[in-house]
Ligand binder design. Structure first.
Ligand code: TXA
Ligand code: MG
Length: 321
C-alpha cells in the first residue's frame, strides 16, 4: 500500500502528530543515538506485522522494544540484579537487554517471535525519549531500512529506503553513534548477543567479570532459528486445500471460508501475519491431544515468505523429547 511519507519536525506539534499516528497503528521512523528506528506500537499485531511488511523481512525475527524509562521497562520484562545493574549503568543509551517477558504486558507475540524473552532498550536520543513519552507505550523499533540494506543514520536514508511505505519520519538530524545497540542476553548468565554502541569491555567492567559471546544462529540462545522451535503440540500439514477428517483447518483467503479459523478471509498477508501466532495457538487448542492442523497454502510473496518460514518450522519434524 503506497502512502505519502511525511517528514515531521521534532517539536511539540510534530511529536504529537507522530504519537497520534502510532496510536492509530501506523508506522513512524524516529531517530535514536544509534540509527533510525522503524517505530510501531509493540502491543498492536497489525502494526508489528506492518513493520515486517515495510522492511520486507523474510522471517519474523524478534524485535527490540523501546521504552522511555527503566520503570516502564520493568513493566514488560523481569529484571534480576544483573539486569538492574546494567540498566542503571548504561540507560538511557545504546544497550539492549534480553530478559524474560511479562505475559501481562500485552506485547504482540510477533514482537518476541513467540519467545518467552523480550529485548528492551531505553534510548538516549532526546527526540526518541520525547516521542516515547508522547506516545506513552512500548515501540517496536528495528532499524528503519529495507531488509538487507545498510542501517539509516539520517532522515534522507530512511526516505530513500521506505518512502511510500510508512506514515512519517521524525527529523532528528544525524545519529551520533551510527551502529546499533549492544545486545546482552541474561537468561543463563550474561552473554553478548550482538556487539554495538557500548563496548563489551565497558559491560565487563560493570559486571566485574567476562562477557562471553553467544547467540549464534544454531545455538539455543537464538531459539527463533531452531527448526522446530515454534512447533505447536498438534501435527501440522501445510499446503492443504481442504482438511482431512479430524484435522483442524487453519485457512487463508476466499477458498477457505469454511475453515475453523481463517488467517485472512480477504487474502491480506499483513492481516494473516497479525493473526498467525494467535491462531496457531487456538488451532492447537482446538486440535487437542494428538490432534492435527491443516494449513491452507500461503502465497510465497511479501509477508507470505515470513509466514511460510514460520509455518515450515511449525511443521518440521520434532526432536525426540
Ligand atoms: O540500535 C538499535 O538497537 C536499533 C535502534 C533503532 O534502536 N534497533 C535495532 O533493532 O537494531 P532490531 O529489532 O533490528 O534488533 C533486533 C535484534 C536481532 O539481532 C534479534 O535477534 C535480537 O535483537 N533480539 C530481539 N529479541 C530477542 C530475543 N528475545 N532473544 C534474542 N535476541 C533477540
Ligand atoms: Mg537492522
Amino acid at each position: 500500500m503506497e502512502e505519502e511519507t511525511r517528514l515531521l519536525p521534532p517539536d511539540r506539534e510534530g511529536l504529537a502528530e507522530a504519537a497520534r499516528l502510532l496510536a492509530e497503528g501506523r508506522l513512524v521512523a524516529f531517530p535514536t543515538e544509534t540509527v533510525y528506528g522503524l517505530g510501531g506500537d509493540a502491543r498492536n499485531d497489525r502494526a508489528v506485522a506492518a513493520v515486517f511488511d515495510a522492511k520486507g523481512r523474510p522471517r519474523f525475527n524478534p524485535l527490540i522494544v523501546h521504552l522511555p524509562s527503566l520503570e516502564a521497562a520493568r513493566k514488560i520484562a523481569v529484571f534480576d540484579a544483573t539486569a538492574e545493574r546494567l540498566a542503571s549503568a548504561f540507560w538511557p543509551g545504546p544497550l539492549t537487554l534480553v530478559l524474560p517477558v511479562r505475559p501481562e504486558a500485552g506485547l504482540s507475540p510477533l514482537v518476541t517471535a513467540g519467545l518467552d524473552t523480550v529485548a528492551v532498550r531505553v534510548p538516549a536520543h532526546p527526540v526518541a525519549r520525547a516521542l516515547l513519552e508522547a506516545f506513552g507505550g512500548p515501540l517496536a523499533g528495528p532499524s528503519a531500512n529495507p531488509s538487507g540494506k545498510v542501517s539509516p543514520t539520517r532522515p534522507a536514508h530512511v526516505l530513500s529506503g521506505l518512502s511510500g511505505r510508512i506514515a512519517a519520519v521524525v527529523d532528528g538530524g544525524d545519529c551520533a553513534v551510527g551502529v546499533e545497540s549492544t545486545i546482552v542476553g541474561l537468561a543463563e548468565g550474561p552473554v553478548l548477543l550482538r556487539p554495538g554502541g557500548i563496548p563489551a569491555e565497558a559491560i565487563e567492567a560493570c559486571l566485574g567479570g567476562p562477557l562471553p559471546t553467544g547467540g549464534h544462529a544454531e545455538k539455543p540462545s537464538a531459539p527463533g532459528q531452531l527448526a522446530s522451535h515454534y512447533a505447536p503440540s498438534a501435527r501440522v500439514r501445510l499446503g492443504a486445500d481442504t482438511p482431512k477428517q479430524g484435522e483442524v483447518w487453519l485457512g487463508f483467503g476466499h477458498d477457505a471460508l469454511e475453515a475453523d479459523l481463517n488467517l485472512s478471509p480477504t487474502g491480506d498477508l499483513v492481516e494473516a501475519a497479525a493473526n498467525l501466532f494467535h491462531y496457531l495457538r487456538e488451532a492447537d487448542a482446538l486440535a487437542g491431544e494428538g490432534g492435527a492442523i491443516a494449513v491452507s497454502p500461503i502465497p510465497e510473496k511479501g509477508l507470505g515468505r515470513a509466514i511460510n518460514d514460520r509455518l515450515r518450522r511449525a511443521a518440521a519434524p520434532r526432536p525426540a523429547a
